[in-house]
Design a protein around this ligand. Structure first.
Ligand code: SF4
Ligand code: SF4
Ligand code: SF4
Length: 164
């Protein structure tokens, strides 16, 4: 077995890591990433960290991704695709911990979103957040949520309307 893959099988977390935008598939990534840390050092926001096995991954509790492309330019391996319209298949999912569902007013996620992808639907009590298709999955809203209700989810697994 490729030693790189062994490291990943020993990964502490059950969830798959989220890596840099415009990256090739995970299988090719672990086969060819040299773990040189060039992308970690060049990332303008500090969202790239050294994860399990020494492989770079994103930690949205530290920062968001601005899609600046610096990680791709710094990488000496053929691991990044040409910038496409969509950098990756992720967007935000709003889960059960969302405070307005407990009657508490909160708009922290919307305040963090540069593209205004989170809108609030008027209701009798606290207004509920809903997500629009403008979400880029940048992660800026994630650490701002006091209810820890936000997660980054592959697009195919995220219901369009989010919470009701
Ligand atoms: S695109 Fe820019 S901000 Fe995003 S992970 Fe790469 S270097 Fe960091
Ligand atoms: S920041 Fe979190 S708790 Fe507040 S409205 Fe957004 S998802 Fe709900
Ligand atoms: S991930 Fe980025 S674009 Fe999407 S809702 Fe959060 S802040 Fe807005």
């Amino acid at each position: 077995m490729n030693p790189s893959r062994l490291w990943l099988r020993l990964r502490r977390s059950n969830s798959a890591p989220i890596r840099m935008p415009h990256l090739v598939d995970e299988s090719r990534f672990v086969d060819h990433c040299s773990r040189c840390r060039a992308c970690v050092d060049v990332c303008e926001t500090g969202v790239i960290v050294v994860g399990d096995g020494g492989f770079p991954e994103l930690n949205f509790q530290r920062a968001e991704c601005t899609f600046c492309g610096a990680c791709a330019r710094a990488c000496s391996e053929p691991l990044f695709l040409a910038p496409a319209e969509a950098p990756w298949p992720y967007r935000i999912a709003i889960g059960e911990g969302c405070l307005p569902h407990l009657g508490v007013e909160c708009r922290s996620c919307a305040d963090a979103c540069d593209v205004m992808a989170i809108r609030f639907r008027p209701s009798a009590g606290a207004a509920y957040p809903t997500l629009t298709d403008d979400c880029t999955g940048c992660g800026a809203c994630l650490p701002r949520c006091p209810g820890q209700a936000l997660s980054l989810t592959p697009l195919t697994q995220t219901p369009k309307g989010d919470i009701a």
